[in-house]
Every structure is written in C-alpha cells, then in structure tokens.
Design a protein around this ligand. Sequence first.
Ligand code: GLC
Length: 490
Amino acid sequence: MKTKNKSLFSKLCKCYSKKDIPRRCENTDTDNENEADFVENLVHPNPTTEIRDACKDLVLSDDQLQLVMQRLTDEINRGLSRETHDDAIVKCFTTYVQDLPNGTEKGNFLALDLGGTNFRVLLITLDRQNFDMKSKIYAIPQSLMLGTGTQLFDHIAQCLALFVKDLNMQHEVLPLGFTFSFPLSQHGLTKGNLVRWTKGFNCSGVIGEDVVALLEDAINRRNDVKIDVCGILNDTTGTLMSCAWKNRNCRIGLIVGTGSNACYVEKTKNVQCAIPGNYAEHKPYMLINTEWGAFGENDTLDFIITEFDRAIDENSINPSKQLFEKMISGMYMGELARLVLEKLVNAGLLFGGKFPSDLRKRGKFFTKYVSEIENDPKGRYTNCREILAELGLRNVSDQDCENVRYVCSLVSRRAAHLSSAGIAALLNKMGEDNVTVGIDGSVYRFHPHFHDLMTAKISELQSYKFDLMLSEDGSGRGAALVAAVASQKR
Ligand code: GLC
C-alpha cells in the first residue's frame, strides 16, 4: 500500500507538465522522505481543535456515505423505470451504445470533444490495438459559453473545418464521433436533445434541440467539409469505451473533472426507459449515462449539504441544480475551500483574522491550489506559502499553513468519498466482481491522493473486487470507438 502510494505519486509527478501545475513537482523530493510519514502526514494533517470543530460538517461518516449510496441507488432505479423516468432526478439516459469495442476497430475517425473549458478536434486512426491521434485544442471563451447556440455551433464547425483542411482531408467523407458532455435525452446513436446546460454553459436556443442536427446545420452552412456524424456520446461513455478497448473488464466510466458523472453497463432488460424499436433488444447490455451530477435536487442530500454548499449553489448560474456535482467537481472545489477559509478568517481562527486581499474574492482560490497545497510534504509549506503570497498574504505561520492544508484536504476528501459512494452503489447494483472503473477528469488526474482515497473508501463501502484505471484520453478515443462500432454496422 505504502509503496503503491509512493509510486503512484512519483508517476503523477512525472506525467504533469510544469505548465499545468508548476508548483507540484518542484518542491517535492519524495526520495528523501520517510515513506510511511509521507503518506500518513499528507492524508492526515494536524489542524487546531477549533478549526476541526468549525469544519466538522465537511467530514462524512461511513453511515452517511451508506445512506448516500442507498438514496443514489433508489434514484437510479427511478431513472431507469419507464413510469418514473420523466420525473426522475438522476435520469439514467440511454446511450444506445450496446457494443463494447472488441479490438478489431479500424479506420480514420474524426472526434469532437466539447464539455469542459476547452474544445478539441481530433483525428484518430485505429488499427486493431494500435492507435494514433492528432488533435488541436481551442479555447471556449465565456462569451461563447453564454452566447447563442448558433454562435457556439458555428465556432465548432469552423474549428473542425480548419482542422480538416490543415490535414488536407476536406475531400474525404469522414466519420465523426461527437463527445458532447451535457445531459442528452437520446433517441438513438445520432439523435440527442439537450436537457439542460451544466458546468457554466448557458447558450440560448439549444435546450430541447437535437444537438447532432445543430452541428450538421452549422457544417452545412459552411459547406466546405464533408462529415458523417456516426454517434453522439457523453464523456463518461467515451471514457468507458476507451478503457474497455484496453481492458475487457471495464464496465464503469467516471469523470471527476470540471463536472462529475458516471456511466455503466446495465442489462438491457432493466433499461425500461429506452425507446422500443430504437435499440437491439436481443443484445444483453446497454450503456447508461446516469447524469448523477443532478443527484440531491429533491432534498435527498440535505442531510450532508453544508452552509458552504448552499453558498456555492446560490452564486452559481444554475441554482438548485447539479447539487452532487457541486460537492465533487473541479468547477467548484477551489471556491468551496475559499468559502471555508473565509469563514475561518472571519472567526479569527486563521491568519490572526487578517485577510489575504484576494481571499475575499469569489473564484480567486483555484481548484489547482487544493492539489498543490496538499502536495507539500509534511512539515513543508512551500506551495502553500507561494499560493498565499499570490493571494496577498506573506509571513504566514506553519500552524496557519497546516490549517489551510487541512481545509483543502477536507474538501478534496469529501469529493473523493462522495464519488466513492457513487461507484460503490454502482458496483452493488451490477453485482459483479472484477469490474474496472475507467476514470478521467482533472481532479482525479491532478489531485495527489484522489486515487488512493477512492480505492480505500470504495473497499470500505462495498465488498466486490474492483480496479480504478486512469483513462488515457477517454473522450477522444471513446468518440472514435463509438463512431467505429457504429460505422461498421452501417
Ligand atoms: C456534467 C454533465 C455531464 C458530464 C459531466 C462530466 O455533469 O452534465 O454530462 O458527463 O459534467 O463532464
């Protein structure tokens, strides 16, 4: 366990570029650490009693997590059932993906990946177990996230056309998989109506519309490239498909990034909400996009929701929506930590009551700070001090730094434990041993302990054997695989 922690940590250090998290790798010399202390101390900081007391609502007991599991299971069953699907909170959307990749997928596929802060266009070449990828990332400015749907889809089509022309492939009809990571009510593999925007997007004129048609219209308006949209999918589905391509045991896809959501393999006979005639009833399985981010919207999570969660929700662009997601994902994690720290300074428990100037400002405590601060080895506060200086406070005591780290660890630990409760509920529901969970998303990738926290907690909450596997580029490769599986059948 200890060795695993350490090697995982060194691996994480290696795979992040300095550009992503500049502080992370510079200050950590794990080889000089006593290994046991290294793991123990990072996971269990030592804050003052007053601080522990002020933050106690953020600590979830196993009993509370078991109740979360039970309620989530009830909500999932409501989502799957035809009678309750329309009113269900956790929708459990049918993906119409019924085949996992079998390793024979071949060809050139385009993929679009929209759903976080960036938008990506990819060309993926699959040749049995070999895979090659060219991709380009385009920023999505806030003005586009909050503009009109036409502007958004014109931008997507423009990026796509530039990409294809750059590769000089504009004369070929290319099959395309579209990873669109928002709740879609799907009627088939190439038809999905947007149910709601999440994660800071709010483009007008898209809710209720078929997103594939909007993309095709935008491409036709340009009339300079030829595309055949073969499938639309969620990032969780992409992650599951991408991991299943490498590991046949992969049955769950999880995202803990800007948002949080999970997808899993359900028995077709249990998917009563699927539209008859639009899927193969004889096939044993169907991938289900749970959209668990919405869990809690009907008060079911009130027993664990804190004053900080309420403040996050009230100041969001989608109040009273996506409550589970707001307790877990990267879009909110930094702000949650900031709100806790603000409360502690106001109570005179931190920094002698003196505010770093930027700590009062919403959004100024970035989610990456949580990972960076928790990455300082015990007894050293290099990252923490650098961050506090950025926020406007220098000469901070070790005890203050310890307390700041404690707050960060509480927020990230709660997120890991809630995600674990979700996965444990799915494992129980599936009732199988040796399920691999494919995981992607910035929080899971960049937080130094998320993987270990989840492994430990899932083992405590349920008894099936499982594995957590980092997905390598789930959204892109998964989109190509869905397009490949679909185009093979045409
Ligand atoms: C949000 C979206 C969901 C997506 C998740 C992770 O919860 O609604 O579709 O899978 O974020 O990106």
